[in-house]
Design a protein around this ligand. Sequence first.
Ligand code: IPE
Ligand code: IPE
Ligand code: MG
Length: 234
Amino acid sequence: MYKNLKKMPTHIAFILDGNGRWAKERGLPRSMGHKAGLDNLKKILKECFYKCDIPYVSIYAFSTENWNRPQKEIDFITGLAKNFFVDRFLKNFPGVRLNIMGDYTKFPSNVVKMAEDTINATKKNTKYVLNLGVNYSGQDEIVHAINGIIADGIQSVDRDTVEKYLYTAGQPPVDLLVRSSGEQRLSNFMLWQLAYAEFYFSNVMWPAYDKKEFLKSLIDYQNRDRRFGGIKEQ
Ligand code: IPE
Ligand code: IPE
Ligand code: MG
């Protein structure tokens, strides 16, 4: 399926959007959209790592702004997170290191414990990294980095210094950002790491963003001319 692709992103990021609308279109409660969205996430992550051999995948799963949703919906999403962690993460994603972006300690203590157990159990994995954005905000990440720099008594910084204090320290920047559901905005996701990323906006709601849609995103990426400010002919 992917064999004709010449250019694979090294780092791909997804803003999972449209779970609620997907459910509404089917006369289902929003929670069913989140459940279908999680099932789909597992499928697409497996494609990224094991079929496409993409080493870095970043996911926007819950933003700092998502606390503004009804408590019932937040509780349901938290419950799904438990299902994602437990030992199923290890079974589903061998070789993947889990890296959480955002202050996940704001979630209930049993979820925090599961997240930490999974981080510890996977920390020796070097082949693939999953950056999971939960209670995440790109602006907060930069503020968090600045506070870390201040705490370490560093007086003068350059880009490399800032990068070392981001949640993605040591990783390459994002090459391709995909957002589902037709919205064309960043909603505060990975502002620093997306500085030179290619953007792909899919009109499909996240639970329906299947392997074919994923392939379409990758095909579109093949034809992007990434100049990074330079010119081709001299
Ligand atoms: C994305 O789907 C999942 C989260 C933000 C947690 P939404 O829940 O935003 O779905 P829509 O955008 O309302 O359809
Ligand atoms: C962005 O989706 C956040 C996540 C996917 C976790 P939202 O649905 O929360 O974003 P807006 O409200 O459309 O900007
Ligand atoms: Mg949304």
